[in-house]
Design a protein around this ligand. Sequence first.
Ligand SMILES: [Zn+2]
Length: 101
Amino acid sequence: MGEYQLCGLHSRCMGMGVKNPVYGSPAWLKVRAFVLRRDGHWCQIRLPGCRGEANSVDHVVELEDGGAPYDAGNLQAACRPCNSAKGNYRRQARGRGMRQW
Ligand SMILES: [Zn+2]
């Protein structure tokens, strides 16, 4: 803990989706706001270390795995620690033989 280097306002610079044009597009900002309101700004992932209050939105099926970028059904509110932990977990899982590219 405490080793994350977040670049200020740019929560999308947390390691995933950095190169993805989805984040930052008007459609994304719109569905992101919708999902946060739908989930009551409350984290839906609930990993250990969860902060509870969500300030970001997570793709249930990651874009890299073919998830729909702007489908609210593929999105859930997430706090920063959970979103980050999930991303790390997924990267590890992918490194363990789930390679599809
Ligand atoms: Zn959380």
